[in-house]
Design a protein around this ligand. Structure first.
Ligand code: F6R
Length: 607
């Protein structure tokens, strides 16, 4: 959620740190700060607001070749300069940036206060420099290790000592950290996105690992163990430097990338002639797949919605019972894990704490979990060890768009494999494979002519409340559409299965209330039409997303958005796009901060 950057090497640290923070700003954006080493002292500046404010505050910084920096998303303590990181010990000789939450913060703080420490912030992080100071006897690594032994909770930290120029310390437990190794220079970051401009050679820290980071070399070890040369990995080619490329916002760029990103999720995986697919990372042969009696997706937010759409497709095509679970609920309810179930943990960032917690719960109970992840090398990908990369490339806008369609595509490829081990014939498999392959072109075609989105925007921006409805495959799309509109435009709205409308939400309908109805070519269409008539009878404004050529539905709607016609189980891949565009343009009209909506953060690494 928050972002960390550290640098040590021959170049000027400040621009590297500030640029790194800009690349991580999508992770958290309440306040930011840097600590630089210069002239045997530490120089610290912090600022409330965006990185631009920090960039102004560091004008005139000492020329330094080493420093740490942070962009914050507040958890403990309000959004103030005092609460921004880095935090230092009383003498200002040790500076720390921290992501995560120190759970025993209160007791440690009370202990330190009793020993005379005066705290300057309300943050849990501030205990770290004071604890490190307390244990410091000249050896920085030892001091950090001893401090961390007292801490309960999660952390990704970078520490800078005024007494040890040329060396930074990094440690992680439950909050991601990656080290970058360049030519005579090294980096610390909470996300590889801050590194790709400088190096592709990286070391992902594991939980309870600590690292000594100096120019061009890093050494890593378990907390309390000895340090060794680490295993260096290369950042995947998909993970390029995310630039706007002429688009005004990342959200719009990412919506428009979906033809290409869906293609990448399919590439090399679908075999049209064999009517089948192959996902090498799953390490599952047909004899393993036939033993799967249930598939359960785990995820949060948009990833949960992708799992929901996928479970419907799994039941429909493979006739295997399937569910999607909200990871934050699942992990805490002592779930029953059937022995023959296969769990699929879906996550764009691969760092979502609740999804990770759910994975650990399944594994603890002896279950099998595969990752369906975008960020290569992320914690979830490494924890699962097996699974599918969705290859949508970096997603920078906080509101997830292309990740949804890529996750669902990857899950549909898996569905095809699973279905072929059951009742899906060769011909049936060929049909599904061909339909999947045709999706990217249909997405591109739709995006060229998206229909009267602005009419929808006018209706929702004038409304006090918006209702999204859908049946079957369209219900997860309704949920996702409502989530996007809340996140990006802050418009009160909710999503319901259309059949549930008369059990309550119909009471919300007034003259002109926008009701966005999502439909597909399925056997629930007639029932959907009855629901539309119920909406119209209450004077509401009916907006319908429907397949091209459905003239009956089109004639009923006040506003009609046509998308290319596809099989029902594929319809979420097309139907979600007008809703993404609606949220984007509504946010724009209302003057929202599109890529960084209020209170949100990309990658929710705390519970
Ligand atoms: C929605 C959104 C969030 C994420 C959720 C899960 O636009 O961005 O709801 O989908 O926090 O994140 P990942 O997929 O990274 O696990």
């Amino acid at each position: 959620m928050c972002g960390i950057v550290g640098y040590v090497g021959p170049r000027k640290a400040t621009p590297i740190l500030v640029d790194g923070l800009r690349r991580l700003e999508y992770r958290g954006y309440d306040s930011a700060g840097v600590a630089l080493y210069g002239d045997e002292h530490l120089w610290v500046r912090r600022a409330v607001g965006r990185i631009d404010q920090l960039a102004e505050a560091v004008v005139g910084a000492p020329s330094s070749q080493m420093g740490i920096a942070h962009t914050r998303w507040a958890t403990h303590g309000g959004i103030t300069e005092e609460n921004a990181h880095p935090h230092t010990d009383a003498a200002g000789r040790i500076a720390v940036v921290h992501n995560g939450i120190i759970e025993n913060n209160s007791s440690l703080r009370a202990q330190l206060e009793a020993e005379g420490v005066v705290f300057l912030s309300e943050t849990d992080t501030e205990i770290l420099p004071h604890l490190i100071r307390k244990h410091y006897r000249g050896n920085p690594l030892e001091a950090v290790e001893r401090a961390l032994r007292q801490v309960r909770g999660t952390y990704g930290i970078a520490v800078l000592f005024a007494d040890h120029p040329g060396t930074l310390i990094a440690a992680r437990h439950g909050s991601p950290l990656v080290l970058g190794i360049g030519d005579q220079e090294s980096f610390i970051a909470s996300d590889p996105q801050a590194l790709v401009a400088h190096t592709r050679r990286v070391v992902y820290l594991d939980d309870r690992e600590i690292a000594l980071v100096s120019a061009g070399s890093v050494q890593v070890g378990r907390l309390g163990g000895s340090l060794e040369d680490p295993n260096i990995k290369l950042i995947d080619d998909d993970w390029g430097l995310a630039e706007l490329d002429g688009f005004p916002h990342f959200m719009l760029k990412e919506i428009h990338e979906q033809g290409e990103s869906i293609l990448r999720a399919l590439r090399g995986r679908v075999q049209v002639e064999e009517g089948n697919a192959k996902l090498g990372g799953l390490n599952m042969e047909p004899r393993d797949l036939v033993r799967v009696e249930r598939v359960v997706s785990l995820g949060c937010g948009t990833s949960f919605h992708a799992g929901l759409a996928a479970s419907l497709a799994i039941e429909h095509l493979a006739r295997v019972p399937a569910d999607s679970e909200i990871a934050s609920e699942f992990r805490h309810r002592n779930p029953i894990i059937p022995k023959d179930a296969l769990y699929m943990a879906i996550s764009q960032s691969g760092e979502t704490a609740d999804t990770l917690g759910a994975i650990q719960e399944v594994r603890l109970k002896g279950g099998v979990v595969m990752g369906v992840v975008n960020a290569v090398g992320s914690t979830i990908a490494r924890t699962c060890g097996a699974g599918v990369y969705v290859h949508s490339g970096p997603e920078i806008a906080v509101a997830s768009t292309k990740a949804f369609t890529s996750q669902l595509t990857a899950m549909l490829v898996f569905t095809l494999m699973l279905a072929r081990t059951r009742n899906l014939s060769l011909d049936g498999g060929r049909r599904v494979a061909a339909e999947l392959q045709a999706i990217p072109d249909k997405v591109v075609r739709y995006l060229k002519n998206p229909g009267p989105i602005d009419e929808m925007v006018r209706a929702v921006t004038a409304a006090r409340y918006v209702l999204f409805l859908g049946r079957g495959f369209s219900y997860p799309v309704a949920l996702e559409g409502a989530l996007k509109l809340k996140e990006v435009a802050y418009i009160p709205c909710e999503a319901y299965p259309a059949g549930e409308m008369k059990h309550g939400p119909i009471a919300m309908l007034e003259e002109n209330t926008p009701v966005i109805f999502i439909t597909s070519k399925d056997d629930q269409r007639d029932k959907a039409i009855s629901n539309m008539r119920e909406v119209l009878a209450r004077g509401a404004k009916l907006i319908v997303i429907h397949p091209e050529g459905d003239e009956e539905v089109k004639a009923l709607a006040h506003i009609s958005i046509e998308v290319p016609a596809v099989a029902d189980y594929l319809s979420p891949l097309l139907n979600v796009i007008p809703l993404q565009l609606l949220a984007y343009r509504a946010g724009l009209v209302l003057g929202r901060d599109i890529d960084k909506p209020r209170h949100l953060a990309k990658s929710v690494t705390v519970e």
